[in-house]
Design a binder for this molecule. Sequence first.
Ligand SMILES: [Zn+2]
Length: 308
Amino acid sequence: MEIGANNMALAVTNLGAEIKARTELRVNQHTPEAVVSDIIANSKELLREAGLTPEMLLGVGVNVPGLVDSEGGIVEKAVNLGWESVPLRELLQPHFGVPVAVIDKGDGGALGEKLFGVGQGCSDFIFITIGTGIGAGVMYRDVLFTGARNAAGEFGHISVDPSGRRCLCGNVGCLEHYCSAQAIVRMVQENCPPGSILAGREDLTAYDVYLAALENDAFAAQVFDQVGTVLGKACVTLIHLFNPRKLVFGGGVSQAGDLLLAPIRKAVKEFAMASSRYDVEVVQAGLGPDSGLVGAAALVIDDFLSTF
Ligand SMILES: [Zn+2]
């Protein structure tokens, strides 16, 4: 399962991490108790639809945005959910009766892409997820680079504007305030010219901005160009730090494809040092928006297979 600030996705997969049944729901209440209760109710329904019983499950993998202590199954901090020190495994395990593995969104996506997506056969790549927030998972020599306290990969919270607005994480000018789905909507609301087809639109989403760009709305295309350029410059920092072979983009906003990736490639080409940008590929996730879901399943499958 994948928990987000606005939506949640639950899926049943086989041992090859192929999704056999899935459901998506809105996250209306963010308290851990409300989210867990939604998970329990919808899991039962999903298993019934898939013709399975809870006893047939090998395990449950959960993908969560933010800082996660995977060993303890604890969500240390998820700013977009308002969670701090939530013992998610402890809350879920009694309801399922099988092992529950918890991983952060960036790492989960990187694992999914490594085992089943465009990261297959690639020892060094960085998965970047762009949705309500921004996160990253660093695959370094075939192993997830998690840092001293599992806090590595908080790409959305590097500062790209030292005089920018204060973020809930404590830093100022964080990348995700300029490049997330929410940022795209805010940019349109603040700067939309009367000539754009987005002018005066209410309940706007980043997907609407994408559709407008596809309809050749110049302002919508310019928003994606601006977002891609800021992201690209931030990616140059990642390239200089880790010298990856690939930058793999997942999450909802990345579904915009070349509208977003073209300005990223341009910024990388223009600003990264020659030796480190050599051979860096900027690509869309092979698993589309499902990298995180598949990664959560992969965590369980990997654990299970390693017992043989
Ligand atoms: Zn931040």
